[in-house]
Design a binder for this molecule. Sequence first.
Ligand code: NAD
Length: 530
Amino acid sequence: MAEPTIPPFETTALDAIPKIASTARGVFRTHKTKNLQWRKVQLRKLYWALHDYEPQLLAALKADLRKSAFEALLSEVDWLKKDCMFMLEHLDTFARDEKLRAPHVPAHYSILNFRIRKDPLGTVLIIGPYNYPVQLLLAPLVGAIGAGCTAVLKPSELTPHCAMVIKQMIEDRLDRDAFAVVNGAIPETNALMAEKWDKIFFTGSAAVGSIIARKAAETLTPVVLELGGKNPAFITKHANLALAARRLMWGKTMNAGQICMSHNYVLIEKDLVPMFIECLKQAYRDMFPEGAQKSPDLARIVNQRHFQRLKKMLDNTRGKIVMGGAMDEKDLYIEPTAVLVDSVNDPMMTEESFGPIFSIYPVHSLDEALNVANLVHRTPLSLMAFGSKKENERILNEMTSGGATLNDAYFHGAVNTVPFGGVGDSGWGAYRGKASFDCFTHFRTVAETPGWADGLLAVRYMPFDMKRLRLLNKLVDKKPNFDRNGKVVKGVGYWIGLALGLGAKGVKGALLRWAVVVLAHYLYKVRAGK
Ligand code: NAD
């Protein structure tokens, strides 16, 4: 079959951008996006657009990243179709008002009919990166449509074929005024940032994320930042080394390692290093029997600049390459490569790899591994732990990260319905699944006081009556069951309850309560002389 033709990359005229933004804002003000049926129609149209544009999207992903059709479907086109289906299936439930009851509302305020309305935030800007140029731009859009927002999208200019297909597809199939695509690089993004948005959803590097957040702060615009990180993988002596090696190889070869969640470095107990390297090499041979460059499955580095960035990391390392190391600039190919290092200052440890290369850092103990990881990056986007249950829990406890996977590579971010996001400087906010809807929604608390209830709430009116306030507090406020040192104080009520078998929980409580009933029944019979 002939490859579909993709129009050459064209940037959006700078002077057209204010009009695009104001049109999207204008559509939001018509309130038509608040209609659930309208949102569903847009989601259904997006689903079919993805279906119908599949050949163009696959061709574009191949042209930009040499992404295989398998990967392109799994992690971009089919992923998004699943997103549409999930949102369509659950939208009524997500969008429904939530009644607020006890314990959120104290009993004496229950007449106020508290509820939470799910209001769309408004008009949002979505800025995408190059590595998953379709998924990471359109998955937030699914959330925005579901929530009832209008949106302007800015794809990465580093994947120009994808950017053009996305523009064509969105403008061809969705409401043209409510959803638009602006193509371009820094000047176009700056022009977009000069507009007022109700939220900016940015996926990309921490450096650009901080530019976006700074600009957004000028207009108090909320931002979601989906950034990167130097992600650790921990391997202890309790790990299955062959399994860990195979799964980590998978993590570093999907999309040629251009994955924000993949491991930057492996912290492994010293004695295990030789065996782990052997396992890695075996996994490599299993995955690439003809060698990685000949494999039709391995994607390529996006461009010369990123190729050079990765090459520089390998050129400047003081570590020893223990697997891979080959490169071919014309083919933008970098072999899956592992480097044994012994310093946290090595470029393989200090820079985000975002490619098929990673370092192995031997440690003496889990204590040392945790120290190193916290030193390299205190709040990475993800963390992977291959240890015993107890060790894995300890790692989770003593090292923070946006998400974590135990006994595998980044599965916490590989399922489209599970919330995903960073922490600290690896990102703010989360999306995917219900979180995508929530991300573009304002949770508006609404109270509704019935007219007849005025008498009940009269204490609030002037002239104030201190006595009534005190009496009311006495009636409704709970007494603290703790002292000034923060210790729980067990009052008389607790001891009486416990004596009667009412304080105890579980089977013990049930038995005690049963014993109290039997005793009461017995006493009653004795008193009644039966
Ligand atoms: P990038 O930050 O260079 O670019 C992202 C977007 O910002 C692009 O659309 C680009 O046009 C725009 N941009 C670039 N420079 C800009 C500037 N000075 N001012 C305004 N806009 C600008 O990121 P990238 O190279 O496309 O992607 C790689 C990075 O993204 C890595 O750090 C990776 O970890 C991160 N990432 C994070 C996630 C996540 O979900 N957390 C996913 C993918 C990638």
